[in-house]
Design a protein around this ligand. Structure first.
Ligand SMILES: Cc1cc2nc3c(=O)[nH]c(=O)nc-3n(C[C@H](O)[C@H](O)[C@H](O)COP(=O)(O)OP(=O)(O)OC[C@H]3O[C@@H](n4cnc5c(N)ncnc54)[C@H](O)[C@@H]3O)c2cc1C
Length: 412
């Protein structure tokens, strides 16, 4: 390894650590330097809005990898180091302390950050965003003294925060500007189900409403004012209005970006020697059908994008693939989602939403293209295999709970 220029990875989380580890497993033999601006070692992000906030998971349980991982893979982890500039021609990355690093290959795995609330009062004390461990620790501490929480944004993170705050016995209201919860991710039926589930557990849900302003007293938030004139009294506000990819390094260096750094199936950007993966990357469509690049924010996409990028780097060319999947835990409800839906797909219900156990299968030309399940893990895993195989399954069989799905023979 000595004397070789390194693979430098900017962003030490899911995509960064996976890319480093896969490169090693595939025989990459130059030094690997993993830069992370956070002071913490890489940690698991999903529990931040779930177990950590609800109090069932301690910060010490969040390490993404054990201590031995970095030594075993010969990865030099540098925490608390921020990359501030990039020169792809000179193959050099600049760091916050004024020093710079030369690289053979650079990987940008800088993830995403929270979109800010564009409303007066967004900077008041008591207003929180939730992206990293420090955010979560601050919010966790604030909830200990809070009585009323207003969550702005009825997406996955907003709803998970609402559920965790209810678990801690707080009064919770969720304000969502779209007419229904999770409107871009799930069907109207599933939106309606989740809205009912939250209401039944004591959350007040206000779809179709915008926050006009946050009001404070002595610098602390005391209320959210909505566009219909309603005023929600609260001592904590959590803003969950989406995430923006951290593309600044790439943009300054002239890389092609479009809602993320545009990459091909091997994580290659428009600049030679620069890869990208994870929440910051937008995957260009392979067939050039005119659809925009696809940016997925999920653990699966981060791992899969990183694996594909490492395979390309090591000459093994195993392109980004597999069925996209995602999960969300709210109260005792485990929501699992696989595949991607689009307008015109047929949704088939199996099971009983009233009993909090059901799946919704999405069919296109009789093939299962997506499945959204609540508390049906076995069925969901089966559906994932069908999606992967592009299997045709009869809609009537899917809906009929007397039919054992394991016994079904899908036609290819
Ligand atoms: C609260 C929460 C709950 C979630 N729950 C789920 C879930 O249940 N299921 C699921 O599939 N996904 C979930 N996600 C999404 C998932 O966590 C992300 O998709 C995943 O973390 C993306 O990984 P990544 O490595 O691309 O980016 P990130 O995890 O965002 O990591 C990027 C890292 O790069 C660092 N960085 C950025 N710029 C620089 C720089 N210039 N120099 C050095 N370092 C830099 C950042 O500080 C950060 O540590 C959740 C996300 C959040 C915030």
């Amino acid at each position: 390894m000595a004397g070789k220029l390194p693979l430098v990875i900017v962003g030490a989380s899911y995509a960064g650590t996976r890319l480093a580890a896969t490169a090693r497993e595939l025989g990459y033999d130059a030094p690997i330097i993993l830069l992370g601006e956070e002071s913490h070692r890489p940690y698991q992000r999903p529990p931040l809005s779930k177990g950590l906030l609800a109090g069932s998971v301690a910060p010490g349980e969040l390490a993404l990898w054990g201590e031995a991982f970095y030594a075993n893979h010969a990865i030099e982890l540098r925490s608390g180091v921020r990359a501030t500039g990039l020169d792809p021609r000179a193959r050099e990355v600049r760091l916050h302390d004024g020093s710079s690093l030369r690289y053979a290959t650079l990987a940008l795995t800088t993830g995403a950050r929270c979109r800010a609330l564009a409303a007066p009062g967004a900077g008041l004390d008591g207003v929180f965003a939730l992206r990293d461990l420090d955010d979560a620790l601050r919010l966790h501490a604030a909830l200990a003294d809070a009585t009323r929480v207003c969550v702005i944004g009825g997406g996955f993170i907003g709803l998970e925060v609402a559920a965790s705050a209810r678990r801690r016995g707080l009064a919770v209201e969720v304000v969502e500007s779209a007419p229904r919860l999770l409107a871009r991710a799930v069907s109207p039926r599933l939106s309606g189900y989740l809205e009912r589930a939250h209401r039944l557990r004591g959350v007040q849900v206000r779809p179709g409403r915008q926050v006009r302003a946050l009001r404070g007293d002595a610098g602390r938030v005391v209320a959210a004012e909505l566009d219909d004139g309603a005023r929600i009294a609260c001592d904590v506000v959590v803003v969950g209005v989406g995430a923006l990819p951290n593309v600044e390094l790439a943009e300054q260096a002239g890389l092609l970006t479009r809602n993320g750094i545009v990459v091909d199936g091997f994580g290659r950007t428009s600049a030679p020697g620069v890869l990208a993966a994870g929440d910051v990357a937008s995957l260009a469509p392979v067939d050039g059908d005119g659809s925009p690049p696809l940016r997925l924010e999920s653990i699966h996409a981060a791992n899969e994008g990183a694996r594909a990028a490492a395979s390309g780097l090591c000459g093994q060319m195993r392109a980004f693939g597999g069925v996209p999947w995602f999960w969300s835990d709210q109260y005792e409800l485990k929501l699992q989602m696989a595949g991607l839906t689009r307008a015109g797909d047929t949704a088939v219900l199996r099971g009983d939403p009233e009993a909090d156990r059901f799946s919704e299968f999405h069919l296109r030309d009789d093939r299962v293209v997506a499945a959204h399940s609540v508390n049906r893990p076995g069925e969901h895993m089966l559906a994932r295999r069908w999606i992967e195989a592009g299997a045709r399954i009869d809609a009537g069989m899917l809906a009929d709970t007397s039919v054992d799905l394991k016994g079904l023979q899908p036609t290819p």
